[in-house]
Design a protein around this ligand. Structure first.
Ligand code: NI
Length: 255
């Protein structure tokens, strides 16, 4: 039986074509079933089988950084795995080609403010500038999109929830990869606690984090996990993103 999880509008969000190919490649890990997984015409719909594989979203903050992000993109492409990148606006200039590559590979792209600031310390006007300026830069490079916000440090308040013109994406697994930059420890921290529906927080500006992320992907693919973008995770769990709502994970049974 094929479960249809509804239409997913992916236009302008960096998920065209390749992204859905990646998703299908992931589900192919299940092996042949009674019905083939349907390729998604025009990239508008995602279908998966009953007896779904566990899903996980790998997310990266604080980039892009040409060296480390470039290496990460190569590694993810080799493994046919999509991720979600929350970019800092001030790092966008000079990395336009990298960001185009990110989008063309099917990764979701969001914003992490322009200057990596605590959004709860901002006036409404400052908040709008931090977010809208970053979104405008992405629109110049990639075209119109939603570009969901991940607030730096995961700090939000009622005002931010009201001001956010889209969902606020947090996380459920944080290996604190920035702290000791120890690849083995980061891998163990994630693979030791990850569960179906988790959103993993990492940072693509450290070589150790790139190494760890690719090892985490290999380990979790081996366990049958399917990697999806945050947007795909929500769609596959039948969750409609709401403006100003916080999302930390989409664990079956908790939704
Ligand atoms: Ni950050």
């Amino acid at each position: 039986m094929v479960l249809e999880r509804g239409a997913v509008d992916v236009r302008g969000r960096g998920l065209r074509g390749v992204g859905l190919g990646l998703l299908i490649a992931c589900f192919a890990l299940l092996g042949p079933g009674p019905e083939a997984v349907q390729p998604v015409g025009g990239g508008a719909q995602v279908e998966i089988r009953e007896g779904d594989p566990p899903l996980v979203a790998l997310t990266f903050d604080d980039g892009p950084r040409s060296t480390t992000t470039g290496r990460l993109l190569e590694g993810l492409a080799l493994r046919e795995v999509p991720a979600t990148f929350f970019l800092v606006g001030e790092r966008i200039a000079g990395n336009e080609n990298l960001i185009r590559e990110m989008a063309s590979q099917g990764h979701q792209i969001g914003v992490h403010t322009f200057d990596h600031v605590r959004v709860t310390e901002l006036s409404r006007r400052e908040f709008d500038l931090q977010v809208s300026k970053t979104r405008a830069l992405l629109t110049d490079i990639l075209g119109l999109g939603d570009y969901w916000l991940r607030p730096p440090y995961g700090i939000v308040d009622n005002s931010v929830e009201q001001w956010a013109d889209g969902p606020l994406i947090l996380w459920s697994v944080d290996p604190e990869d920035w702290k000791d930059k120890h690849t083995d420890r980061i891998v163990a921290a994630v693979t030791g606690q990850v569960k179906d529906g988790d959103i993993i927080l990492m940072h693509d500006i450290y070589d150790t984090s790139v190494d760890a992320a690719l090892r985490i992907v290999d380990e979790l693919l081996g366990r049958g996990y399917c990697f999806v973008t945050v947007e795909q995770l929500m769609a596959l769990r039948d969750v409609q993103p709401e403006k100003g709502a916080l999302y930390t994970a989409l664990v079956p049974g908790d939704i």
